[in-house]
Design a protein. Sequence first.
Length: 260
Amino acid sequence: MARYKPWLRLCAGVAAGLFALISQAGTLQLTLYLDTDARRFLNANNQSIVIAVPNPASEANNTVIAITLPPPIGDSMNLVIEQDANLYIANGTVASVEVINMGMTSPVAYGNSYVFNGVQINGNGKGKDGSIGIYYDAPPDSQALITGLALYIYDSASGKPDTPSALNLFTLNRFQTRYISQPTAVVWALVGSDISSGSVLPTSVFTPLFAYSSYSYASVGVSSTFQLSRYLQVPFDAQNQAGIHFDTSINAFSPGPYPK
């Protein structure tokens, strides 16, 4: 644990203040370094790279898996997190380990409010600074919906996808307004198996890297079986960049590139 103390002090110092907001920080770039041993381990164990954006947290103590990615072919992967916000709408409810199926997405701006009329999302003027407001002007016999923020998160080598990634989820009841704060420029990076992009997991199944001095999988059966490594909380620097490497000695991501 001694080699982690400088990083722990850094994380504590950052956490004591305010993390930069993604919308203020601009496009974020996360470089993932994986050497031959790391790629061999992940491929042999059918592990994918898992990214979540923990703040703002979803309701009911849940966390949404923003994206899962296969290990890169080369020694690194450049993950892009674009700043432009989107709001999504999904029908029904989502239980633990189920996947959010976004019915529609719409570009939005922080500080504004919007109305969903059952068909589309329309602008509704000024809202609360630092948040997106969404009002459900429900047609007759409508049921509650799921809504949340979505950002474009992708491997730069693969290019920008057609749809953004859901970051969180909230219930949107009939004739009510939901305000959702803009996310902070922090992600959780980990690896896992039998889990998909858009999966909703209890936050309790996530274990931080520095919680223990030795590694063990969090193998949790909620309504299905999956595996997650401990996560590394990754803040971004003033240039909107961060770099981490996969350490096979702990089977988790660690700060920075590989030591030389």
